[in-house]
Write a protein that binds this ligand. Sequence first.
Ligand SMILES: Nc1ncnc2c1ncn2[C@@H]1O[C@H](COP(=O)(O)OP(=O)(O)O)[C@@H](O)[C@H]1O
Ligand SMILES: [Mg+2]
Length: 332
Amino acid sequence: MSLLSITDLTVHLPTGAGIVHAVNGVSFAIAEGETVGLIGESGCGKSTLGRALLRLSPVTRGGIELDGQDITHLNQRDLTTVRPKIQMIFQDNAGALNPRHSVGKSIGQPLRLAGWSAKDAKRRVHDLLVQVGLPETAYDRYPNEFSGGQRQRIGIARAIALNPKLIVCDEPVSALDPSVRAQIINLLNDLQARLGISYLFISHDLAVVEHIADRVVVMYLGQIMEQGARDTFWKQPLHPYTRALLAAVPSADPDAVRVKSVLQGELPSNLNLPAGCPFQARCPMATQQCREETPALRRAGSGNDVACHLVAPDTGATASHTVKETDRCPAP
Ligand SMILES: Nc1ncnc2c1ncn2[C@@H]1O[C@H](COP(=O)(O)OP(=O)(O)O)[C@@H](O)[C@H]1O
Ligand SMILES: [Mg+2]
């Protein structure tokens, strides 16, 4: 059974300049103990989607079901009973931690708010410090006395304090040095193995996502372009956008350089969504159909779900002609 299931989730944010179409009809599920990686360029709606799961972004349309409960329209009072199940960690935990609160107080705060006695909370915080690999002496110290990696451990301790079922990790290692990054990833993996937590892991670092995610979701302009399990996703990505994203990662492959040029230009404005495929303006293979019809997400022969008119749906037959064609993106 899915722990989290979102259906047609849509987040539109009114601003002075118009309505920002941040998330547009996204559906996917996360199983218990599963890590789903969410990737896509800056501004494509990843953080807004993550925040919507905690009901921190307003849900315009669609539904969120967590642990068998529809939480889409819960009022603030009822949300407090759900909040312990879903937590968030951020890229900048320094900003999320109150500099005037000791580490012990910061980690213990959600426990105290949930009604734990001071004594029980203190004992629990000491246990949490050990679980995330910090010395127990950290309890009385302040966030600014710690390195970025250690502050991330403090944020993780705070996030797991109430035994959440799901943690939305929003670029949690993007600001860290590679060696520290690996340690934090290992910590998240260990905690998942021991506690059975699920993660929505948001990152623009594809190497990290490849390492940690059981499944990958690719977003563009607030919509899913492609999703698939670890095994199929990296082996045979089919959407021209996914291929361009992957090719933008430094590579010795001369073809990769060519595909990288596909991603020139910016994400189009989300104030007015383009007709047809969201990616058509930057896609070197866009046809008239792509400019007119929005492609639905369909299972392709690779096993991934792909929203692209040029990728043939899975008919049970092996490699189709169109799939082969997308193997090589022509230079625009
Ligand atoms: N509070 C907000 N008010 C208005 N627009 C916002 C707000 N938060 C995010 N946006 C806009 O929504 C879009 C998606 O942003 P975001 O979810 O932060 O993307 P990502 O995390 O993928 O970089 C962007 O166009 C961003 O400018
Ligand atoms: Mg973001």
